[in-house]
Design a protein around this ligand. Structure first.
Ligand SMILES: Cc1cc2nc3c(=O)[nH]c(=O)nc-3n(C[C@H](O)[C@H](O)[C@H](O)COP(=O)(O)OP(=O)(O)OC[C@H]3O[C@@H](n4cnc5c(N)ncnc54)[C@H](O)[C@@H]3O)c2cc1C
Length: 338
């Protein structure tokens, strides 16, 4: 067990923010995690679990211990006529896990190709893309309760999944460390190509026989063409969630802005496209110092070089205020601000 003091966090967050952690360590098994949590040096310190650092913004030095989750392993634990059940270590790379499923022709996660980060973080904000959310394939989640010092096993419905949301962002935040996830994948995949962008890409690829391999490749092409690669340009993907408003407010906005984009939800609510709202404020491609809204996707805030976490945060605050003034709609951050 190796504890590092005053450790740089720059290599461990995709925004490439240069902050430090008072203590930093890694664990690659549940046994080591349990030992670490008993360690007198760190036992009473604030703790933060880190996966790939692709949904986090450090705005100040972290006074406590960062525990980097590196628990690996993909194991088939059950199989029936229609499904395979895989238990996957929380430290596995999400995209590598997707590729593994695609290679075995096990369907359900292909639309979520190329999302950065680790498997353990996927349930936290119920990652989603191109008409699929990870809740659609999660059977259960194993987590260590650091208050009660015991493992818990949550079934899908006990995770209270919502749009970019779960119990791990609320009641279990800071108290539960996800150690593995059990996925239920289809042996006979059902293809989800409801998104026009996927259909267009498949046409361009001249795909004759639809497969999850083809869908995965289409999603990878689309993402590579419109999202900045964090290895080249620091970012954490969508910085804000798509806001939800009442239908009556949407109708008022539609009179003023006829091209406004809205998706009806149950219970008279409408989901707006946050990227569209930001773009309408003239902020797409806008840059202040080393922080800016990406030129192809306004929803993505990028670090062009040496921006500090506080500068990124202030920039996001400015966006929230500008959108609020123009549309009376409040944007909520998707990225975890520390
Ligand atoms: C270019 C780009 C594109 C993206 N596209 C998408 C997208 O399409 N859809 C989408 O939903 N997201 C997207 N994201 C966001 C991000 O990739 C996901 O949210 C991902 O699941 C984060 O994983 P991570 O391991 O990097 O989490 P981290 O950033 O390391 O952690 C995120 C939060 O989860 C907590 N956490 C991490 N692991 C654990 C654990 N094992 N137990 C308890 N808490 C934990 C951390 O403390 C932190 O609060 C994108 C990001 C980038 C950079």
């Amino acid at each position: 067990m190796y504890l590092q003091q005053n450790s740089s966090l720059q290599p461990f967050n995709t925004f490439h923010i240069s902050e430090t952690a008072q203590w930093f360590t890694r664990f690659d098994s549940t046994e080591i995690l349990q030992q670490l949590l008993q360690n007198p040096t760190i036992q009473h310190l604030p703790k933060l679990v880190l996966g790939g650092g692709s949904n986090i913004l450090f705005t100040k030095p972290f006074k406590g211990i960062i525990l980097k989750n590196e628990i690996k392993g993909i194991e088939k634990i059950k199989e029936d006529n229609d499904y395979v059940y895989l238990q996957v270590g929380a430290g596995e790379q999400w995209h590598q896990f997707v590729q593994y499923c695609v290679q075995h022709n096990w369907g359900g996660v292909e639309n979520l190709s190329l999302i950065p980060g680790c498997v353990g973080a996927a349930p936290i904000q119920n990652i989603g893309a191109y008409g699929v959310e990870v809740k659609d394939v999660i059977e259960s989640v194993e987590a260590y309760d650091i208050v009660e010092n015991k493992f818990i096993y949550l079934l899908n419905k006990e995770c209270h999944f919502g749009y970019r949301d779960s119990v791990f962002r609320h009641n279990y935040k800071h108290t539960h460390i996800i150690t593995s996830v059990i996925f239920r994948l289809r042996k006979y995949p059902i293809f989800n190509i409801q998104y026009g962008a996927i259909q267009n890409e498949l046409e361009q690829m001249q795909v004759r026989h639809l497969s999850i391999q083809a869908i995965s490749e289409a999603v990878i092409h689309i993402r590579q063409s419109k999202l900045p690669d964090p290895a080249v340009l620091g970012n954490a993907g969508s910085f804000f969630k798509n806001p939800t408003i009442l239908k009556s407010q949407f109708e008022d906005l539609k009179k003023k802005y006829p091209s406004i984009v809205g998706y009806p939800l149950p219970s008279e609510l409408i989901k707006l496209a946050a990227g569209w709202l930001i773009e309408q404020c003239g902020l797409k491609g806008y840059r202040k110092g080393d922080v800016g809204c990406h030129e192809k996707q306004a929803l993505v805030i990028v670090n062009y070089g040496k921006a500090s976490g506080q500068e990124v945060y202030d920039f996001s605050e400015k966006i929230i205020q500008t959108v609020q003034q123009k549309f009376a709609v409040l944007l909520e951050r998707e990225v975890n601000v520390i």
